[in-house]
Write a protein that binds this ligand. Structure first.
Ligand SMILES: *Cc1c(COP(=O)(O)O)cnc(C)c1O
Length: 374
């Protein structure tokens, strides 16, 4: 009864498609084209079709998927890029890596996503200053699309690039349109624990622009020109391995089914836990992929400790807003600070979530959370 439950059970998925994955890996080992083999182009075609975007450019991680668009746009020193403070570090890291300045914006208490009003305030606060506003990186945190209905018009009004960080949200949609299709470019991650994960690191950039697609491909391949040994710009080694592409092709086939399952599990959590905690809220028209199922509970640490005693793991995403991280606290924030990010860091707790979470196990989690928080 108190057997430990895994936070994410990747082995359950592996059991389901073991034969397909093993054959896909064997095919790559047989043809031996480990770098930019045929599976990479095939996966890119499938990803673009899935997302409803003209080009998917695969790369070595979600972090590189954020870095490459910033490099493609020539964003660098003196440029400001607006990012939420309540996110995984890579969102701001990519900005700092190109020498630009991340400006931290607050999030909304109910959706955990970028607050459009805070974004506007942060942009306006830079008027007449030394930093040039250049881009916005909204995050589809925990799998829910950011409020693109409100953020896109702000980007247009101020003439800013929009790079969607859909590392956690790939597969989600807003008004029936999949993430990957919002903004000028979008970045996805295939880190193993993301909703669509490979067996190592991987990522992809999405764009509808032919020119940008070509530029991204050059950048992730050492700034390669038309010829292989011609280097027309400074790039990186940012390619996705053929093996990971082969694995992702198999996983993409069951992804829609897994998204459905995640949705059912999240709904059941929300139905059962609404009385004891603040359950996650979706904006109208949003369909989440539930990368995380995250509650807000006062005395979160005590609740998490009680759950741990009963074999139920939880995770805190994120315990420290980025503007308070040692490596990032010298960067500017929206005037007035980030009160919502600070509150969330104290109150959030994520429950086990994956498409193969069985009902009896889920009941055990629900009962334990209800008891621990009352
Ligand atoms: C995971 C994640 C990334 C980075 O992806 P990697 O593939 O781990 O490099 C970026 N942004 C967010 C919001 C993430 O959750």
């Amino acid at each position: 009864m108190n057997d430990p439950i895994p936070f994410i059970d990747l082995q359950a998925q592996r059991r389901r498609i073991e034969t397909q994955i093993d054959s896909a890996i064997a095919r790559v080992l047989a043809h031996g084209s480990y770098i930019l083999g045929p599976e990479v182009a095939e996966l890119e075609r499938l990803l673009a079709e899935f997302a409803g975007v003209k080009h998917a450019i695969t790369c070595s991680s979600g972090t590189d998927a954020l870095l490459l668009p910033l490099m493609a746009w020539g964003i660098g020193p003196g440029d400001a890029v607006f990012v939420p403070a309540f996110t995984f570090v890579a969102t701001a890291e990519a900005v700092a890596l190109v020498g630009a300045t991340p400006v931290f914006v607050d999030v909304l208490a109910d959706t955990f996503n970028m607050d459009p009003a805070s974004l506007e305030k942060a942009i306006e606060a830079l008027a007449g200053g030394e930093l040039r506003p250049k881009a916005i990186i909204p995050v589809d945190l925990f799998g829910q699309p950011a409020d693109y209905d409100r953020i896109i018009p702000i980007a247009e009004r101020f003439g800013l690039k929009l790079l969607a960080d859909t590392a956690q949200g790939f597969g989600a949609s807003l008004h029936g349109k999949r993430t990957g299709g919002f903004g000028h470019m979008a970045a996805a991650s295939f880190f193993p624990a993301k909703p669509l994960g490979c067996y190592g690191d991987g990522g992809a950039v999405f764009t509808n622009s032919d020119d940008e697609a070509e530029l991204l491909r050059s950048l992730l391949n050492h700034g390669q020109g038309r010829d292989r040994y011609q280097n027309v710009r400074i790039g990186i080694n940012g390619r996705l391995d053929t093996l990971q592409a082969a694995i992702l092709i198999e996983k993409l086939k069951i992804f829609d089914d897994e998204i459905e399952a995640r949705g059912r599990i999240a709904e059941r959590y929300s139905r059962s836990l609404g009385e004891v905690a603040r359950v996650p809220i979706l904006i109208p028209g949003a369909r989440s992929v539930w990368a995380q199922y995250t509650l807000r509970i006062p005395h979160r640490d005590a609740v998490a400790a009680r759950l741990r005693d009963r074999g139920i793991p939880t995770a805190i995403y994120y315990p420290i807003p980025l503007n308070r991280q040692e490596g990032y606290r010298h960067f500017p924030t929206v005037p007035g600070g980030l009160p919502v990010s600070d509150d969330l860091a104290q109150e959030v707790v994520s429950l086990p979530m994956h498409p193969y979470l069985q009902s009896p196990i889920q009941d055990r989690i629900i009962n334990a959370v209800s008891e621990a928080s009352s």
